[in-house]
Write a protein that binds this ligand. Structure first.
Ligand code: GLN
Length: 228
């Protein structure tokens, strides 16, 4: 039988490769802002976690089916999701940007006319692309993972992708993408840790408590600075 002091284990679902929020280091360990944050919070708030790296849409599905207790996956807090999930306090600012291959000649959304644009299923980037698709006359292709999206832009199969600005910025900066980000940031939002609406209240409370503590003691800034 479990003793009172035994730490509870929560299953946390996340995206696959989503730099700098979740990604594998050289030794295959999952690192990144989200991963470091959830581990530091778990340590501080004395709970255990099991991280399942499923992909963004699959992480949401796992949460909704009860296979995961929480999701941390660079998930933007928005009203639509608030109908289904309870969110933590915001922990990172984001927005959606267009990514294009360097020297592609695409300088604005008007240059997308007649071209193929790629976005990732269930994301804010996809939602934004859908909202301007008819106005600018492009075709929209939807893929499961950011990696597939970037491959299509690299190969020229797609003229552009819509992805979170911090992800594009980091991957360009670290040389993982030879892309330009010609336009600004759309759909500003914040990332939040999510639980299913009305469920896992204690987990959400611990997340917020831990986050506040890490912000206060400088640990949060250290984690973010590590991936800048
Ligand atoms: N921030 C975006 C969203 O919430 C994308 C998240 C992701 O792809 N992991 O829709």
């Amino acid at each position: 039988s479990s003793s009172k002091n035994e730490e509870k284990t929560y299953i946390i679902a996340t995206d696959k490769t989503y730099p700098p929020f979740e990604m594998e280091d050289d030794s295959g360990k999952l690192v990144g802002v989200d991963m470091d944050l959830i581990r530091a919070i778990a340590k501080d708030q004395k709970f255990k976690i099991k991280i399942n790296s499923l992909g963004f849409d699959a992480a949401c599905t796992a949460l909704e089916s009860g296979e995961a207790d929480g999701v941390i996956a660079g998930m933007s807090i928005n009203d639509e999701r608030k109908q289904k999930y309870d969110f933590s306090d915001p922990y990172y600012e984001t927005g959606v940007s267009m990514g294009v291959a360097k020297n592609s000649g695409i300088k604005g959304y008007a240059d997308l006319k007649g071209k193929t644009v790629v976005a990732k299923t269930s994301t804010a980037g996809l939602k934004y692309a859908q909202s301007i698709k008819d106005k600018y006359g492009f075709k929209l292709e939807v893929v499961e993972e950011s990696t597939f999206m970037f491959e299509k832009v690299k190969s020229g199969e797609a003229a552009a992708c819509f992805e979170d600005y911090p992800v594009l910025k980091y991957m360009v900066k670290t040389g993982q993408l030879n892309f330009d980000i010609p336009c600004g940031k759309e759909s500003p939002a914040n990332y939040g840790f999510a639980v299913l609406k009305g469920e896992n209240k204690e987990l959400l409370k611990k997340f917020n408590k831990g986050l506040a503590k890490l912000k206060k003691n400088g640990e949060y800034d250290k984690i973010v600075a590590k991936y800048e």
